[in-house]
Design a binder for this molecule. Structure first.
Ligand SMILES: Cc1cc2nc3c(=O)[nH]c(=O)nc-3n(C[C@H](O)[C@H](O)[C@H](O)COP(=O)(O)O)c2cc1C
Length: 355
């Protein structure tokens, strides 16, 4: 039995284990398996266009009647900077030519921000939990979500961001450490302040806010879960650890790289325009220092997408964004339900032996 029941009770789950919402990877099969195993399954809805989001939510609801989490990015509409675009496209021209990818297209928004349609759909579905990355939606939206009985959580990368989220009305704060795979949830400048490791961040966030804390970043087994709970978290959110489950939608080249544990993971804006942790490859290595040429999130995606498609078709991962956290060497390949049970068992044994 878990000692701190604040979040298990709030979300209606058995184990304080949240499978992270992962754009592209956290599909209905994965989220349903986690929820049905007693954790909180999260759908990677943030990156989906509305029609596909609705389809995946319907699919998930057909697979589970338990608590689920829907996830949204909250980012400002990007500004198309003509000069920057010209500079980036000049840089990319050689790569496009090398891979027969044609010409770089005009910048386009391929990832939606949380809007009126998404809110309306969320209020209709009424999942147990809605999670937000890159800040919170506007106060009237927050009020509507809470009035619908949906628990609201959001990512902080500093104690200051955690306080701002608490003031904004969240039911719990996700403390995302620097080890985490995927996009940094940082929303308050300066960006560099949000580069705090999980071990340092979680206790500071727990001291800063009264709402429960969810630890995220570099947690992959029972040792990490027990440590996070000892540091003051009431639950954990694991992303990378679930990428090796068969239910996750992970490109075979990425899945293979996860078993090799020989690449560094680096934080780079190269793929999308916002800093995110991925396995190092040619794209990340060559563009990470080119910040002045990188387009606003999510316009950058439209420039890198054709290169990714052309190279992946040839079996190369040099332009594939392989979002991965620093602890990926601990990944185990097993069905998601088995992973949830294993994590819970390991963590409880650790906590019992420490008591
Ligand atoms: C493949 C991948 C995709 C991710 N996509 C999202 C996303 O769409 N929305 C989000 O809030 N967080 C996303 N994250 C970040 C996770 O919510 C979480 O912070 C992170 O996975 C925790 O670190 P870990 O990967 O070391 O477990 C993603 C992480 C990964 C690994």
């Amino acid at each position: 039995m878990w000692k701190d029941r604040r979040l298990t009770q709030l979300f209606g789950i058995e184990h304080p284990i949240i499978q992270a919402p992962m754009g592209g990877a956290a599909v209905p099969l994965l989220a349903a398996a986690v929820t049905n195993a007693g954790g909180l399954g999260s759908l990677g809805t943030a990156t989906l266009p509305a029609v596909e989001r609705r389809r995946q939510v319907d699919e998930l609801l057909a697979l589970t009647s338990g608590p689920i989490n829907l996830n949204y990015f909250v980012h400002a509409e990007p500004v198309v900077d003509v000069v920057r675009t010209a500079r980036l496209q000049a840089r990319l021209a050689a790569w496009y030519a090398e891979h027969g990818a044609g010409k770089p297209p005009a910048p386009a928004v391929l990832v939606p921000t949380f809007d009126a349609e998404a809110l309306d759909h969320l209020l209709t579905v009424r999942p147990a939990v809605a999670s937000f990355h890159f800040g919170l939606p506007k106060p009237t939206d927050v009020a509507a979500i809470k009035a619908a009985g949906i628990k609201l959580i959001a990512t902080a990368t500093t104690p200051q961001e955690a306080k701002a989220l608490e003031a904004g009305g969240v039911d719990a704060v996700i403390a995302q450490g620097w080890e985490a795979g995927g996009h940094r949830g940082t929303f308050a400048p300066p960006y560099d302040k949000g580069q705090i490791g999980t071990f340092a961040l979680v206790p500071q966030v727990a001291d800063a806010v009264g709402v429960p804390v969810i630890a995220a970043g570099g947690i992959a087994d029972g040792r990490g879960i027990a440590a996070a709970l000892m540091l003051g978290a009431s639950a954990v959110q694991l992303g990378t650890a679930f990428l090796s489950c068969p239910e996750a939608n992970v490109h075979p080249l990425h899945r293979l790289a996860l078993t090799q544990a020989e690449r560094a993971s680096i934080v780079t804006p190269a793929f999308t325009g916002r800093p995110a942790r991925a396995l190092a490859n040619r794209c990340a290595a060559d563009l990470t220092d080119a910040e002045a040429d990188i387009l606003d999130f999510p316009l950058q995606i439209s420039q890198m997408w054709p290169l990714m498609q052309a190279t992946v078709a040839r079996g190369s991962s040099e332009f594939l964004p392989m979002w991965t956290g620093q602890a990926y060497g601990l990944n185990r390949t097993m069905p998601a339900a088995e992973l949830v049970a294993t994590l819970a068992r390991e963590a409880m044994a650790r906590l019992a032996s420490a008591a």
